[in-house]
Design a binder for this molecule. Structure first.
Ligand SMILES: Nc1ncnc2c1ncn2[C@@H]1O[C@H](COP(=O)(O)OP(=O)(O)OP(=O)(O)O)[C@@H](O)[C@H]1O
Length: 422
C-alpha cells in the first residue's frame, strides 16, 4: 500500500521532472528557432561590411565565390527589388554563384556560339582577347576572355565583376554579363562599334572633327566624374588612356577597363607601379601613392592627344611643354587635320584646362567636377556666340530688307511726283 505521504512525493517528483522537461524543450526550441532565423537572415541580408568592392591593391580576397557572394549580398541589400531574384539564384545555382547586380550569367556554350567559336576577334589587350558576340536575340556584345596565362587574371576578373556590376553610367562601357564555366572567365560588355579613341586618332583614317573631339572630352569627363564623385565608394580608374576610351555608333565616348588591376612594366624592372607609361602621374611614380588627381593627370594627357594626335610614347610631353611657353603656343602643335577647321580660341581654352590637369603638384590640379565645368563653359561660350551671330545676322538681314522696302517706296513716290508734274 502506498501511503498518502508517498503519493505526494511521487506527484511532486513527476511534476518537477515534467517541469524540467518542458523547460529544456522550450530552451532548445528557442535556440533552434533563433539559429534558423539567423541563417535565413544571413542568406537574404548579409552584412555590407564584408563587401570587397575594389580588390585592386586594397582588398585581400582571393576566393572568387566568397567575394562574389558578398557582392551580391551587398547589392541585394542595397536594392530590395533584386533580393528575390538573387536569393533565387542563391538557391538554384549549384556553384553557389549568382548574377551580380542583375548582370547576366552566360554559359561557355552560349558565348562560344555567339562568337562563332571565338573567331570574331575585335582586339587584344593585356587582359585577353576581345570577341564580337552576336546573341540569338540579335543583340551585339563584346566578350573579353581572360587569357589562360594571365598573371593577375583571376583577381582582375573578380574585381571587374564585383565592381562593374554596381556601376552604371552612359559614359562608362557597361558590363552586361559574365561567364565562369569550363575553367574560362569571360566578361561581356556592351559593344562599341567605333572602337577605341587610340585607333581613331592613330589609325589609318584620322577624321575626327573638332566638334567630335570636344564632345569626346565632355563625355570622358562625365564618365570620370561618375567614378570619382558619383560612385559610392568612389572609384579611381588607375589606367586612363586613349586605348581605354571606346566610342559607340554615334561617336559618343565611354570609359572602359575601370576596375582592372593591371601591372605594366614602367621601365626595365618591375616597378610595382600600375598604369601605362606616358599616362602615369609623375607624383605617383615618386611617391607610389595613387589618388584621384593621378586620374586627372592621365585625363590631361588624353586631352592633349585629342588636340595634337601625338601619342604619349612619341614625346607628347615635350611638345606640351613647348606649347606651354606662350598663350597661343598650342597653335604650333595642333593636329594638322584640324588646321583651318576649328576655332583656335576653343583649342587654346581646352589646352589651358589640360595644362592645369598636368600640374606637377597633384593638389593644384582641378577636381574632375571643376574640369567638367570648365569644358562645358567652352561649349556654352560657343552657343552664346552662335546666338549673338544669328541675332546679328538676323537683324542685319532685317535692316537690308527694310532699306529695300524704303527704296521701293521712294521710287514709287518719285514716279508718282513725275507723273503729277508731267
Ligand atoms: N566593348 C567593346 N566593344 C568593341 N570593341 C572593344 C570593346 N572592348 C574592347 N574592344 C576592342 O578590343 C581591343 C582590346 O581591348 P582591351 O580593353 O582588352 O585592351 P586595351 O585597353 O586596348 O589594352 P590594355 O588591356 O593593355 O589596357 C580594344 O582596343 C578595342 O578595339
Amino acid at each position: 500500500m502506498v501511503g498518502q505521504a508517498d503519493l505526494v512525493i511521487i506527484c511532486v517528483s513527476v511534476g518537477v521532472a515534467l517541469g524540467v522537461l518542458i523547460a529544456c524543450l522550450v530552451y532548445f526550441g528557442i535556440r533552434w528557432y533563433k539559429k534558423r532565423a539567423h541563417r535565413g537572415r544571413s542568406v537574404d541580408e548579409p552584412s555590407l561590411t564584408t563587401l570587397p568592392i575594389r580588390t585592386n591593391g586594397f582588398g585581400t580576397s582571393t576566393d572568387f565565390s566568397a567575394s562574389l557572394t558578398s557582392s551580391i549580398a551587398a547589392s541585394s541589400s542595397a536594392n530590395p527589388q533584386k533580393t528575390s531574384h538573387l536569393s533565387r539564384w542563391n538557391h538554384q545555382n549549384r556553384d553557389g554563384f549568382a548574377s551580380a547586380s542583375g548582370i547576366l550569367k552566360y554559359s561557355y556554350k552560349e558565348i562560344q556560339r555567339a562568337t562563332q567559336n571565338f573567331t570574331n576577334t575585335l582586339g587584344q589587350g593585356s587582359f585577353g582577347t576581345v570577341y564580337k558576340a552576336t546573341m540569338p536575340t540579335g543583340e551585339v556584345l563584346a566578350a573579353k576572355m581572360l587569357a589562360a596565362n594571365s598573371k593577375q587574371g583571376e583577381k582582375e576578373f573578380q574585381t571587374e565583376v564585383l565592381l562593374l556590376g554596381r556601376l552604371h553610367h552612359r559614359n562608362l562601357v557597361n558590363l552586361v554579363g559574365y561567364c565562369i564555366d569550363k575553367g574560362q572567365h569571360i566578361l561581356v560588355y556592351e559593344f562599341m562599334s567605333n572602337g577605341s579613341l587610340a585607333n581613331l586618332l592613330y589609325g589609318e583614317e584620322n577624321k575626327l572633327s573638332w566638334d567630335e573631339r570636344l564632345q569626346i572630352v565632355i563625355d570622358i569627363s562625365h564618365g570620370i566624374e561618375y567614378l570619382h564623385e558619383g560612385a559610392v565608394p568612389p572609384v579611381i580608374h588607375r589606367d586612363l588612356k586613349s586605348a581605354n576610351i571606346l566610342l559607340d555608333h554615334s561617336m559618343r565616348a565611354k570609359v572602359s577597363d575601370f576596375g582592372l588591376s593591371k601591372e605594366e612594366f614602367f621601365d626595365d624592372r618591375n616597378s610595382g607601379l600600375k598604369g601605362t607609361y606616358g599616362y602615369m602621374d609623375p607624383a605617383y611614380i615618386s611617391t607610389s601613392k595613387f589618388t584621384m588627381k593621378s586620374d586627372i593627370y592621365s585625363f590631361g594627357i588624353i586631352i592633349f592627344e585629342l588636340i595634337t594626335a601625338i601619342h604619349p610614347h612619341q614625346n607628347l610631353m615635350e611638345y606640351i611643354n613647348l606649347a606651354a611657353m606662350d598663350y597661343d603656343g598650342v597653335d604650333e602643335i595642333i593636329d594638322k587635320q584640324l588646321v583651318g577647321k576649328c576655332n583656335l580660341e576653343e583649342v587654346r581654352q581646352l589646352a589651358k584646362i589640360a595644362h592645369k590637369c598636368l600640374h606637377k603638384s597633384p593638389r593644384k590640379r582641378p577636381s574632375i567636377g571643376e574640369v567638367s565645368q570648365s569644358i562645358l563653359r567652352i561649349k556654352q561660350m560657343r552657343l552664346t556666340k552662335e546666338d549673338t551671330m544669328s541675332f546679328v545676322s538676323g537683324s542685319f538681314s532685317r535692316a537690308v530688307s527694310q532699306i529695300e522696302d524704303q527704296q521701293v517706296e521712294l521710287n514709287r513716290i518719285i514716279t508718282m511726283k513725275h507723273r503729277e508734274t508731267g
